[in-house]
Design a protein around this ligand. Sequence first.
Ligand SMILES: *Cc1c(COP(=O)(O)O)cnc(C)c1O
Length: 232
Amino acid sequence: MKMTQAYPHIKDNLEAVLARIASALSHAGRSQQETQLIAVSKKFSQELIREAYLSGQKHFGENYVQEATNKIDKLSDLPLEWHFIGPIQSNKTGQIATKFDWVHSVDRLKIAQRLSQARSASGSALKICLQVNITEEESKQGCSVADLVELAQSVERLPNLEFRGLMTMPRAKASKQDIVDTFRRLAELKNALNQEGLKLDVLSMGMSDDLEIGIQEGATFVRVGRGIFGNR
Ligand SMILES: *Cc1c(COP(=O)(O)O)cnc(C)c1O
């Protein structure tokens, strides 16, 4: 039997991150619960995830399909919500569609179609965010701003998917103002899609170092790894 306090730093770190979220929400004049924390557990063990769950954490994010599915199977006794947030190879869409509750990193129609086909029609829909490459970096995942409306309208029509919102990442080594601009742009794009008749309610933006900016700009999910589990 594992003691519940085998990794006491997890509970302390979680509490510190949740306090940052609560403070950022009140500072932004938003109500508590409007932003949910995703604990990004890539490269951390199932024991640490279990510990985070025992400390009250429910949403977990993973980037690597094989690693994630092993952990998801071992933790299937817990009522966790799993978010896929990494780059998606088309030959991995079957596993992603069956093992995860959410996918934040959909950036092209082919991937969305494959996720739609692989998700069972009998179960709950797979919740989807489109990742947008707002900074237009060549090395980065994400659809371009120019392609977003068309992609969004196509994804909205696919069965077995529930299109919920947008995700982005700031430029590496971005200044604070760059991060503000990137997140604000994502919020504007979500509003613009809603004007087109979509019903998006999710903005996935903000990580360990910039979650306050994400919350200020309207994030409904922040994705924090190092701030909870330590350095990889
Ligand atoms: C790894 C990762 C995170 C978490 O990053 P940390 O630096 O560990 O907080 C968030 N979002 C995405 C897309 C990631 O790949």
